[in-house]
Design a protein. Sequence first.
Length: 339
Amino acid sequence: MRGKKASSADVAKLAGVSRTTVSFILNNTPGKTIPEQTRQNVLEAARKLAYTPNEKARSVAMIKHHSIGFFIPHSGYISSDAYIIRIVEGMTPELNKARFQLVLQPLKVPQANYLQLARQDGIDGIVLMNTHDADEGLAEVIEAEFPLVVIGTIARAEVCQIDIDNCAAAASAVRYLASLGHRDIAMISHAPRTYYASRDRHAGFRAALREAGIPEREEWVREANLTEDSGYAAMREILAAPRRPTAVFAGNDVVAYGAMQAIRDAGLSIPGDLSVIGFDDDLLSRYLNPPLTTVTNPAPGLGAEAARLLISILRLRPVPRFRTVLPTGLAVRDSCRAV
């Protein structure tokens, strides 16, 4: 039986470098300064493994259709998610300059046939967001060496990723509540914790509570599912607990909208009875009654950087870094008050 043909990932592992470094060296990519010892290590690893470049994968990487797919696993309708629309707004000018068209691909979780969809729709490369643990399609895209940029964080260092520090940003929101004197703080994660961003935001929530010496109460921690309705249902469950919190941190603004309506429907006021803080700073958040205090998420910047990175990959240009982290802030408005 013939052994499995060596891949560029095998060469990268043996040489102790990234797969993109292997590609630059074996394809003699211009404009890339690589130490001679690294080059020799890669060439020696390729020789030992009898590696030959995957012509199919290389042909896929060529620009054929000037088309980029934005793949969005989501439990609801992406047209109502302002965060996604803001990412698209950031991507569009970059794609227009490079004369690429954008194909939106909303996918029901856990649908994961990214590679098949990309090929059948004539897509040259993929921008993927809302990554999660059970994302089988992601591994398939990486294995095929299909051009890919992830908005978010995954445990694959060789894949280009553009993100924020979700843990630190969530912690800053909870610290703000603690600075107002709140010690009874609830959290509604914006998605199940199989999603990397949701897990990191919950970790930031817990870290800030520990820092302030505030206990985490299990009955005040709930998961939503990326929609207003799920935020509403989660808030109802929190309000049904024997004791009511004085503040709630929602993992995104969409979930916060649902939570705020649940608070009002229970006959309670914001921020009189409960302070509410969100995450994303969607445009609508500043026009609510009261305007929502929220973490500012640079969605247009994430979209623009993702588009630039993917175009560079498609044009075989050097990629300056594989992981980019953009800064966040806190927009303080009227939905929170001191205890």
